[in-house]
Design a binder for this molecule. Structure first.
Ligand code: NAD
Length: 302
């Protein structure tokens, strides 16, 4: 493995997550060239020490590693394979690390098309959210050849605290889908329980403290309490702004339902969570898709 300082990284997609991730690569000594369709995202990347490219093709021109952090699978496939045909502009020695949350099938299509072009690629979706992206403490769930996952480690270590290989191509996406389905289920259950307590006269902070030391303890309750004012610095205490949008959670729950159909798995709790998030998004008070996913509490509030 070459020394980290000599690596050129192309970073494509510098939104809520990508901005912090690219900034951490710069801090670790990588030479980062950024591209995003948004001028605002590019200005932020420049302020964080990235060089700015005028197109995705321009960004990958001299890249040893390409990291992408994009909204969905269609965008990822269009960029690398169909519309921009980025694969034909990437050097054979380069490694593609796609960190977007997309269907396992999209990830396998990208990795297979890259292999046909003689380029190594892995899927490496993340868990941890915007705060972890900024702090460099993300968890990465990798899928792909063992050698490619090993080669990705120095880059991933600059952006994350926990790096796992889930299995072959697409396996990282399967792990991510399972994790986020469980997240939606325990956030929904946590909101439901806290609202029941409040409706019966309990202070949500007192009830949260009791459940944190009892068998109802879980990540949503501990790190991401959905009731405004119980925890500082979480989206619920900031009018549900920032964090992980309802629309992105719905995308992930849709991916979980598609995976369950394909494997004929029973996912009644995941299906219930998807329906609850869908009801919440299409609320009488307007589209709540842009709010943080802990705003599901509003579905239960009287
Ligand atoms: P975002 O919408 O904030 O950022 C996506 C960025 O991609 C935008 O800046 C957009 O302009 C850019 N983009 C879109 N199409 C492009 C193209 N063709 N070329 C270049 N740039 C393009 O989204 P985000 O919250 O940063 O999420 C990115 C991915 O990470 C998603 O797949 C999401 O599911 C996943 N994720 C998000 C979180 C979270 O908490 N936000 C947590 C874990 C995983």
């Amino acid at each position: 493995m070459e020394k980290v300082m000599s690596k050129n990284v192309a970073f494509i997609g510098l939104g809520n997550m990508g901005a912090g991730m690219a900034a951490n690569l710069v801090k670790a000594g990588f030479k980062v060239t950024a591209f995003d369709l948004s001028a605002e995202a590019l200005n932020q990347a420049k302020a964080n020490g990235c060089a700015i490219a005028s197109s995705a093709i321009d960004a990958v021109a001299s890249a040893d590693v390409i990291v992408s952090m994009l909204p969905n699978g269609q965008i990822v496939e269009n960029l690398y394979i169909h519309n921009d045909k980025l694969l034909s502009s990437i050097a054979k020695h380069a490694l593609i690390i796609d960190c977007s949350t997309i269907a396992p099938e999209n990830a396998r299509n990208l990795i297979a098309a890259a292999a046909d072009a003689g380029i190594a690629a892995i899927d490496a979706p993340v868990s941890g959210g915007v705060a972890a992206a900024a702090a460099g403490s993300l968890a990465f769930m990798c899928g792909g050849e063992e050698s490619a996952c090993e080669a990705a480690k120095p880059v991933l270590e600059a952006m994350g605290a926990n790096i796992f290989r889930a299995g072959d191509a697409g396996a990282g996406q399967v792990a991510k889908i399972c994790n986020n389905m469980l997240l939606a289920i325990h956030m929904t259950g946590t909101a439901e329980a806290l609202q029941l307590g409040m409706d019966n006269g309990l202070d949500p902070a007192v009830l949260s403290n009791i459940m944190l030391k009892s068998s109802g303890c879980n990540w949503s309750l501990e790190k991401y309490n959905p009731v405004p004012g119980v925890l500082e610095g979480v989206p619920s205490s900031n009018n549900y702004q920032g964090g992980f949008m309802v629309d992105l959670m719905l995308k992930d729950l849709g991916l979980a339902m598609e995976a369950a159909l394909a494997s004929r798995s029973s996912t009644p709790m995941g299906a219930a969570a998807r329906n609850l998030y869908s009801l919440h998004k299409n609320s009488d008070q307007g589209d709540k898709g842009a709010k943080d996913f802990s705003s599901i509490l509003e579905l239960f509030a009287k």
